[in-house]
Design a protein. Sequence first.
Length: 116
Amino acid sequence: MRVIHEMRPVGRLASGAEEWACPSCGRRVALGPPGPGLRVLEPGDESAVHIGLTDPAPPGGSTAERYGLGPIQEIPRPLSLPMLPLEAPAESPETAERDRQWLAEIGIDWGDDAAA
């Protein structure tokens, strides 16, 4: 299970970017100008999930519970999935004829039929 840290805005840099910091691990990032994106100023705990807060969270409960996240888990994949057939299902003659007519109408020659 990964830990969730709450980052908070702490100021604005000379470039105009907002500076955000994590009080738990010291991670610092810059958001915004001069262009969109995120620049990491101090990495802090890179194994933690960081979320941004503009208002202080109410006391009580874990961070995950307050945001309805629950523990972050790895979900195992099944060892084998049923395979799709390698051959396409047989088409009815009516379906094949309708498909060829439509292709001819839009200018595609599908073998024996002339394109429109």
